[in-house]
Design a protein around this ligand. Structure first.
Ligand SMILES: CC(C)(COP(=O)(O)OP(=O)(O)OC[C@H]1O[C@@H](n2cnc3c(N)ncnc32)[C@H](O)[C@@H]1OP(=O)(O)O)[C@@H](O)C(=O)NCCC(=O)NCCS
Length: 180
């Protein structure tokens, strides 16, 4: 794996949506312009950072961060995938090998707007999967290798190796084991 980090701006590339388009290495000036206060690990690709709001955060090695993500004041571990339109506001800590689905929303303010006074943290442990459009309420812990189903509203901590679905999210016995 590369020891550099990259951005990938497909939409501005004249070749259009070609996955073979070359990656552009993240330079100090790109960091300053599009990713202020962000530490980006080696081998990480940030797609279209100018279409995202990513600032004051730490992103580990070998991650993929897709366009339109909001990542602010948060920490993301290694080998994570953050899909388009994910909302990861201040105080969220995501471990390694986690998957954050498209439009997943982490909330940090239970009684908004507290203007920062009531912000709570969320921890997503290693290997957890957050399904598309799921909403995680403030102050919760999503356990190791836990799965949050698409569209779930999570109101309580999710134990390790547990799948939850629905609103409010409740555990189910998953039929399918995730491919390793
Ligand atoms: C949670 C999930 C992993 C469960 O998959 P599974 O273990 O194969 O479960 P099944 O499809 O067999 O469903 C089991 C039960 O849970 C229900 N269920 C499954 N996913 C659900 C969801 N997201 N919300 C509400 N109910 C759900 C099913 O209707 C079924 O109910 P029933 O027993 O009353 O018929 C999967 O449905 C899911 O939501 N995956 C996330 C997909 C996603 O967001 N991907 C993002 C990348 S594009």
């Amino acid at each position: 794996m590369s020891d550099k980090s990259y951005i990938h701006c497909r939409h501005v590339n004249v070749n259009g949506d070609n996955p073979d388009d070359p990656l552009e290495e993240i330079s100090p000036s790109l960091l300053e312009a599009y990713l202020p206060g962000v530490k980006v690990g080696s081998g990480t690709v940030i797609y279209c950072p100018h279409l995202s709001n990513i600032f004051d955060s730490e992103i580990g090695d070998n991650c993929k961060i897709h366009a339109h993500a909001w990542i602010a004041g948060s920490t993301i571990g290694n080998n994570c995938k953050v899909e388009a339109h994910a909302f990861i506001p201040h105080g969220i800590t995501i471990g390694n090998n986690a998957f954050i689905g498209p439009r997943a929303t982490f909330t940090n303010d239970k009684y908004p707007p507290s203007n920062g006074k009531g912000w709570e943290k969320i921890v997503v442990k290693d290997g957890a999967v957050i399904g598309a459009g799921a909403v995680i309420l403030p102050g919760l812990i999503i356990g190791e290798n836990a799965v949050v189903g698409a569209g779930a509203v999570v109101t309580k901590d999710v134990p390790d190796n547990t799948t939850v679905v629905g609103n409010p999210a409740k555990p189910i016995a998953p039929k399918q084991v995730r491919p390793s």
